[in-house]
Design a protein around this ligand. Sequence first.
Ligand code: AMP
Ligand code: MN
Ligand code: MN
Length: 348
Amino acid sequence: MNDSAEGGTPAGAGPTDTDWAAALAAVRGLPADARVQLICHVNPDGDALGTMLGFGLGLRRLGVRQLRATFPGPPVLPEPFRWLPGLELLVPQDDAYPEPDLVICFDVASEYRLGDLADRLDKAGTALVLDHHASNTRFGGIHLVDPHAAATSVVAQELLDRLGVPLDAEIATCFYVALSTDTGSFRFEATTPAVHRLAARLLATGIRPGDISRRIFDTRPFGAVRLFGEVLLRARLEPAAAAGRGLVWTYATRADLARHDQPAYVLEALIDSVRCTAEADVSCVVKQVDTAEWAVSLRSKGAVDVSAVAVALGGGGHRFAAGFTGRGTVDEVVDRIRGELAGALLPG
Ligand code: AMP
Ligand code: MN
Ligand code: MN
């Protein structure tokens, strides 16, 4: 797709030498008793958590003692992540340092995704942002944002390299979870030669990719299997949507979850079953969060820029994987999506 990850970042995209120097100085200049707060985005995925914990373990190796990691919202981790190295760094958001010397944000495209923790940006001595969303709003003080990076872990791994922290199996496990999550297990377009070289370095530490992938992607309760069956059965295909490129969508309510006794996180994998649909370029899952509030996942096979759709509806993301928070009824939310699709067609 592009070779920017191969030979350095093109001008105007990705961190500059000045950005790297500022980030290195922010970490190296920390006093011994510095409090460092790590934060990843609300409703954390494998990239957010894996990168935050892997980088946190790296900071530990550098001798940072007062180190906490957190994410906004209830302090409940999806079951598939409850074995990750570095979990001992995690605290509920209420226990985050009120005034850290350094705050580092991972995989966070905008302040909004920090929820109640956004106030730390002003209260911290320094705010360092590691991310790979093209839509990043540069809400911190120092930005290592590379829109060409396949995952935020790519940026974090480079920063640890520059800090001279050797990769070990624990850090590598975290980064492998991040990289394989955001590349769809090395299937998406962002899977460049450089990504495979990074993965090779991670695997060389002795980690077990089969074990990791099974735990992260291929394990779910039987109740979730049955719930998926029900929710997939109500999927709708609209071949005329997106100027004839097609839309497939479904939704899941809190009542669906309750009926099958399942936690909300199991629905994160649902989009992967919906987006297989051959007859639709765009796929969508609308997940109920509250009575009239829905977390919407959007995917495209390449004809539509779904990040443009998500941004128009108050969210964000990447060209082919994006999301937003929808209000009202499912029909109202899907109607708004339909209305944005034709305007988000990519050339070609
Ligand atoms: P998801 O469908 O939740 O896996 O998210 C796909 C992409 O969209 C990720 O890169 C997210 O960062 C982004 N995204 C999802 N929901 C939102 C939101 N409410 N606001 C901004 N970005 C979002
Ligand atoms: Mn993420
Ligand atoms: Mn990411």
